[in-house]
Design a protein around this ligand. Structure first.
Ligand SMILES: Cc1cc2nc3c(=O)[nH]c(=O)nc-3n(C[C@H](O)[C@H](O)[C@H](O)COP(=O)(O)O)c2cc1C
Length: 188
């Protein structure tokens, strides 16, 4: 379904696309690029899985290893961007938001318990993501531990949506502030 012509419908339309991406592995928007940055290291982007999208608060949920660079960046600068691209719709959605990290606590524990053993093992490498290795595969801990698992929630404060269309591209900016939503068309 193309981007609505009525600006007021666009926030709900984006949310519907992202809710679907959260549950549908066939959606190209399941695999956004998460961009973070820090003063020391500059900006950095990487593909992640969109695990869930909560439309009521425009919140995207990502899982990660707490030892990874993105976590260090977010500790310094909590603003982050998720870039989604759907080649079938030629649609780009850039979600800018504030990240809330759960590296400890009940939300992290409850989420980890829902993962399959195979998914849990993604967080069981002895060395941290990015650490140099002598061989291609890292060593893993013998017992599956939740220590390295973390959950990142990103609450959108802005969407920048671009739809490439044969008879004219369209781009809209949606900004959330003080419980209000402001939508405008912008030059693509
Ligand atoms: C298809 C695909 C899905 C990925 N999903 C995740 C993910 O959900 N969470 C994650 O932390 N890394 C994921 N990665 C790995 C990241 O792209 C990245 O290599 C890793 O998180 C280390 O990033 P960092 O050191 O910049 O933090 C995925 C990679 C690919 C290719």
């Amino acid at each position: 379904m193309p981007i609505p012509t009525d600006l007021n419908q666009i926030p709900d339309w984006i949310a519907a696309q992202l809710v679907r991406a959260g549950v549908d592995r066939k959606s190209a928007m399941k695999w956004p690029v998460l961009v973070t940055g820090s003063d020391a290291s500059g900006s950095s982007g990487r593909v992640v899985v969109l695990r869930r999208f909560e439309p009521q608060n425009h919140r995207a949920v990502i899982y990660t290893d707490r030892r990874s660079r993105k976590m260090k960046d977010l500790a310094e600068r909590s603003q982050a961007e998720l870039v989604f691209f759907d080649p079938k719709q030629m649609l780009q959605v850039r979600l800018r938001g504030d990240a809330i990290v759960h590296a400890d606590g009940a939300i992290k524990d409850a989420t980890f318990d829902t993962l399959s053993a195979r998914s849990q093992s993604d967080y069981s490498t002895i060395t941290a993501p990015g650490a140099r290795l002598e061989k291609p595969q890292p060593e893993r801990e013998l017992n599956l531990s939740r220590d390295h698992f973390a959950l990142i929630e990103i609450d959108a404060f802005e969407y920048d949506v671009l739809s490439l269309e044969r008879d004219g591209h369209r781009r809209a900016l949606i900004e959330f502030s003080d419980q209000q939503c402001h939508a405008s068309w912008v030059t693509p």
